[in-house]
Design a protein around this ligand. Structure first.
Ligand code: SAM
Length: 226
């Protein structure tokens, strides 16, 4: 049923963590971009040398993947028709609400600038809104009738069967990991009612989300809900 809430959880989108703020690769990147260290996003491409000792480093520093993943939702007809509501939870446990129908920047530099501004100033432009909520508070606020997780550790099913379960719910929420490697943390697992694996391989979040959007649109048309 619509709207279907889609939550990109533990997304690899965060500011430079304090413990590596003085590392030379971080300081030189901030200088090159003419920004304070506290106002730039952690990015493995530039800060790899600094990330060695960070906890959960394999899940962090990939804002480019978060960009693809969000575009895979926000550029679809079903999202533009406001039948999908999009939320981002970050690896450092912040929540971002994307206002209905928001067109996110397609160019990576503009996407990075938008989220750097949001995360460092906390100021909203009305389209991306920073909330001081951890993942469990975010899910409480969404108030889903059922929260579905997608993970390679879930019960095997097909995308078609998964979406038919989602569409049976009054107010479903589907949680996809916004990280490049690894699995959901205990905190995220605790908000999931059911967890499914929809393919034999581990897929990229943007692939999972594109397939999900297409199948939601196809099945909802077949059910005459459109
Ligand atoms: C790059 S993967 C993260 C890697 C993680 N090891 C995994 O396979 O679940 C990003 C997200 O895509 C989703 N995903 C990837 N492959 C999947 C699959 N075969 N079935 C269900 N969800 C999948 C999960 O939500 C996952 O957190």
């Amino acid at each position: 049923m619509f709207p279907t809430n889609v939550l990109l959880a533990e997304s690899a989108l965060e500011r430079i963590p304090k413990e590596i703020a003085n590392h030379p690769s971080v300081v030189s990147d901030a200088r090159r971009r003419n920004k304070p260290v506290s106002a730039i996003l952690l990015d493995k491409t530039f800060h790899y040398g600094a990330m060695g000792k960070l906890k959960d480093k394999e899940k962090r520093g990939r804002p480019d993947l978060v960009h693809f993943a969000l575009l895979s939702v926000s550029s679809t007809p079903i999202y533009m028709e406001k039948k999908v509501k999009l939320f981002v939870h970050t690896i450092d446990d912040k929540s971002i609400e994307i206002a209905d129908g928001t067109r996110l920047p397609k160019h990576y530099c503009r996407f990075r600038g938008l989220f750097e501004k949001l995360l460092s100033s906390g100021k909203s432009d009305g389209q991306v809104i920073l909330r001081g909520w951890n993942v469990s508070t975010l899910v409480d606020k969404i108030s889903p009738s059922k929260t579905f997780g997608l993970s390679t550790l879930g019960s095997e099913t097909t995308l078609e069967k998964f979406v038919s379960k989602v569409l049976l719910e009054k107010r479903p929420c589907v949680v996809v990991g916004g990280f490049p490697h690894g699995h959901f943390s205990e905190g995220t697992r605790s908000v999931l009612d059911e967890v499914y694996r929809i393919h034999s391989s581990s897929l990229e979040a943007h692939t999972v989300l594109s397939w999900l959007m297409y199948e939601l649109e196809k099945q909802s048309k077949n059910q005459g809900l459109k």
